[in-house]
Each structure stands twice: as structure tokens, then as C-alpha cells.
Design a protein around this ligand. Sequence first.
Ligand SMILES: [Zn+2]
Length: 338
Amino acid sequence: MNEELKIIHHIPEGFLDIKPREITKLISSPTLLHLKGEKDKPFFISILLHGNEYSGLIILQEILKKYCDKALPRSLIIFVANPKACEKGVRHLKDQPDFNRIWKGGSSYEDTLIKPVLEYAKNQNIQGAIDIHNNTGRNPIYACINEKKEECVKLAQTFSKSIVYFTQPDSVLSIALSRICPATVIECGLPGQTQGIISGINCIESILDKEEKWKKDKIKTFPVYHTFATLYIDPNTVISFHQQPFLKENHLCFISQFDELNFQQLKAGTFLGKINDTTQLKLIDRNGSNIFNQFFSVTENNLTVKNSFIPGMLTKNTQIAKSDCLGYIMEKELINLT
Ligand SMILES: [Zn+2]
């Protein structure tokens, strides 16, 4: 039986100093903290949709410490999504779905989590939404948007000038929230990474600002990284990331600096690793077609880039590579904003 969403109107005692792995001592199930500020047009901030991505908790602790003896300039609705997975330091528990792949509807969490969260956000007339995540591979910090709208870009820019536009996977929370208000995802690098936390704090400070300076400048066009295909790996593949004897039939051996390729424009001919069987890797576009052969070549087991592209979110975490994806490929695009 899934737990009911809890809604509380105060910061639990000890929340500002609690370590991520101890969070269930204070919050043990999905919870909304609705904190009243001077201006009652709330912003929605979600953390721990992925339990191991704890930078969002640290960012909020730092922000709330600044306001512990004075009112928040603006109300916040903080969604602490999956504290049980956070306690275990995992993306999600074995008996749970991925909490950032359920928002399209149709899961067993529909009535206990999805509808209550989205209805509460809508009823409270949220002005914007920020979903805080970390990456599992090395990436520069970046924000994501799901709609080509000026306010989404402005919101994303409070975190980073590097903005990724994506529409797949379409079951993420930010897409559901984009239907209610401007929304962005902020990707704060690896969990706990300082630069991501500092930029995250600056982002939340910007949206708390009563004068809403972040909204001021007009933007008509903006360059974004557009993800257009997802790299999947066969679950039976044995993956490694360093030079070693290339023996097994189902072995895929990537270069050791694989995740350092993220956000780099890779030229044709770039060597990526050794592969036995090209069916081990699939590159699926938005139409569901496998376009592996358009972007990759395999000659004498050498996997190389065929046509230039920019990879993003490549991970060396083999468990996540197999259960979610190995990463995405992107192109730079100047978008017109509405
Ligand atoms: Zn995440």
C-alpha cells in the first residue's frame, strides 16, 4: 500500500542540520512543506525525487538557515519526494518505481502521490517550479526546460546559462508542472558538489526576491542543447570503463574518461571504446527508431563517432546505465521563445 502524501506547514525541528541519510528520522514519507512568506505567491521546489541526489536538501537547508530569524520573502512549497530512498542512498527502493518517471499518470501512485501533489500545486496558484537533481556522471552544471517559453528560460538562467531542452522522457515531474507554471530542472553536478550547491542557492535566492528581478530582461531567442535521442544498453552487457583484455562476447569497454565527453562536440572519428556486438547499444530517437548507425561506426570492434554530436548525461554508473539509460545525444539549437 502506498503512503498518503503528508502536508505540513512548518519546518520540522532539526531539518536544517539533518544529514541526508538520517532524513527519515524527521520525514519518512512523501511530504509537502508549505512555508508562508511575506509574499503569498508560492514557488514550488522539489528535492529527492531521486533519493541519492541530495544536493537539493543541502541547498534548502542553507536557504532556510538564512531566514530562520526572519520571514521568507515569498512562500515556498517544498516537496520532499522520496526520503526512504534518500535514507538508503539509492535512486529509488527496489519495490518503488523511479519517482521521476511516474508523472504522466497510469502508475499505482496516481491517487496517493501524483494527483495530490499536482492538485495542491495548482490550487495554491504556484508561480514557478524548480526541481533539484544531481547527475550520476560528470557534467557541467546545467538547467533543463521542457517548454520553449520565455519565462522557463528566465527561470532556468537563474541557475546556469547552459540550458537543455527535452521532451523525452515525458513522465518527469517538470513536464507535469510546466502545464501549471514556468518550470525548470536544475542539475547540480555530482551529489554534494560545491559549485552546484552554490549555484542552486543563488537560483533559489533569485526566485525568493520580491521584486522578481529575474523576470525583467526580455529574451526572444536562446541557444539550448536539444536532446534528440537516448542511448540504451542491453542489460546483459558487461560494461567496463578502462583498458583491459577484451574477452567476453557481451563485453562493452568504453574509454576511461567516458563521462568527460559530456557537453563536448564530438568530431567524426572520435574513439569511444570496444564493442563486440552492435545490438548491445541502441540509440532511440523521439519516434522510437533506432538511429545508432547514423551516429556511430563499428570497425574491427572499435566504436567511433560517425557523425558529430554532443553527448550529455553519460554515466559510468552501470546500474543506472542499464535501468534508466546510458545518456543522451544532443544538438545545439537557437529556439524562438513564446
Ligand atoms: Zn535525478
